[in-house]
Design a binder for this molecule. Structure first.
Ligand SMILES: *[C@@H]1O[C@H](CO)[C@@H](O)[C@H](O)[C@H]1NC(C)=O
Ligand SMILES: *[C@@H]1O[C@H](CO)[C@@H](O)[C@H](O)[C@H]1NC(C)=O
Length: 388
């Protein structure tokens, strides 16, 4: 009965009022689908995540080449020119230990320096710390750039009160104990530069060209938002895979989703006068649930993973140094999370990520390599060839 009446209807004068809207609606739907597929295939929280394409290195391949070129011409790089009473704005601490295979620390350093002009270079102070108790074991230690590019090259002095303990940790594979100690040693060295902010960057990361400007802007945003409240760090790298960002920022998310949904629905209701296409409503709902995390500074108190790049305000360093304790059975990143939780300190992140993780072999030793390759920021690969 229903079929017959539909056929009768279709054979009637107004068949096109049904078919045309269906064609238009399907076309639009496919367009929207395609659009979101191309937008979200790198977003692991999205329905459209495409594993085979998501890990393609687009921007980072380019950035690695640029960094290699920078290293081979490193003698032309601007050297910092600061007056004795001028404190740098940002101290960048990079700790490196010899890895089993490739060493990435040169690329990390070069990507941070390539593209900076003289005044930007003056604003940052780079501490490069070779943390092997015998730094000559580290293949990069003898490279010329290791001496010329950083403001200061640090190693453990044989007079260090715990030198023999450090050697024992190294020899016996107590990686975790040693890495906590290395982190504190470097953080303290950066603290002593008097810089307003301290960036702790791991030796297997890659910075986007032009990173400093947006980073300082993001720090300003954090200062404005926290006026009067303490905060612990601004995150320069996060992995989207672990990001339940909706659950942290759901009020805004819900609000904007609603605004978009309501306006598109209203538009469609208006359009329905001449387009009988209720499935447009369905596409508007699909649409508003696919939003990737917007650019800018976000609170990321949970789910922001890993310590590839964190910037701490100077005022929090003494407390962090007191609380990060090598007697606790944890890696530094987990300790920092615990400190932030117990002290009620906010954590922030810049979106998109300023750093990418490039290491495939973990400096944490065997058994950590799987997690090393999956530490990845998908959005980083979408930067334009010229950087930020
Ligand atoms: C260096 O670059 C920054 C950021 O692009 C710019 O604001 C500044 O004016 C530049 N300084 C010089 C001396 O070129
Ligand atoms: C390494 O640290 C753990 C706690 O994280 C501690 O129990 C252990 O004794 C330390 N090992 C050495 C050799 O110091």
């Amino acid at each position: 009965m229903a079929n017959r009446s539909l056929c009768v209807y279709l054979h009637g004068r107004y068949w096109w009022t049904v078919l045309l809207p269906i064609c238009v609606a399907s076309g639009l739907y496919l367009f929207v689908l395609h659009h979101y597929q191309s937008l979200s295939y790198r977003d692991p929280t999205s329905f459209f995540f495409d594993h085979s394409r998501a890990y393609e290195r687009h921007y980072s391949t380019r950035r690695i080449t640029e960094s290699q070129n920078f290293l081979s011409a490193s003698s032309d790089a601007p050297t910092p020119r600061r007056l004795p009473w001028e404190d740098p704005i940002l101290c960048v601490g990079i700790v490196t230990v010899r890895r089993r295979e490739d060493q990435y620390v040169g690329l990390t350093l070069a990507s941070l320096l390539d593209g900076l002009n003289q005044s930007e270079r003056n604003n940052i102070y780079i501490n490069l710390f070779f943390a092997d108790t015998d730094p000559l074991q580290h293949p990069a230690f003898a490279e010329k750039w290791a001496e010329t590019l950083p403001d200061r090259l640090l190693t453990y002095s044989r007079d260090h009160p715990e030198f023999t303990k450090l050697q024992a940790w190294e020899r016996d594979g107590y990686y975790q104990n040693k890495s906590v100690n290395d982190y504190k040693h470097l953080m303290n060295a950066c603290y002593e530069t008097g810089a307003k902010y301290i960036a702790m960057i791991e030796d297997d990361t890659l910075a986007v060209k032009g990173w400093l400007g947006p980073t300082l802007q993001a720090l300003n945003v954090v200062e404005q938002r926290t006026s009067g409240h303490e905060w612990i760090y601004l995150r320069l790298f996060y992995t989207e895979s672990l990001l339940g960002w909706n659950s942290e920022e759901w009020p805004q998310y819900l609000f904007w989703s609603f605004v978009v949904w309501a306006s598109s629905t209203a538009a469609m209701i208006a359009a329905r006068k001449w387009l009988k296409a209720p499935n447009l409503l369905a596409s508007s709902i699909v649409w508003t649930t696919m939003w990737p995390i917007p650019s800018g500074v976000h609170v990321m108190n949970k789910y922001g993973c890993c310590s590839q790049g964190l910037i701490f305000p100077h005022f929090i360093i003494r407390r962090v140094l007191d609380l990060v304790n090598s007697a606790e059975d944890l890696f530094v990143d987990m300790m920092l999370e615990n400190i932030a939780d117990s002290e009620g300190l906010s954590r922030f992140a810049v979106v998109p990520s300023i750093l990418q993780h490039i290491g495939a072999t973990s400096s944490k030793g065997y058994g950590f390599d799987f997690s090393a390759t999956s530490l990845w920021n998908f959005r980083f690969e979408e930067y334009s060839p010229s950087g930020i």
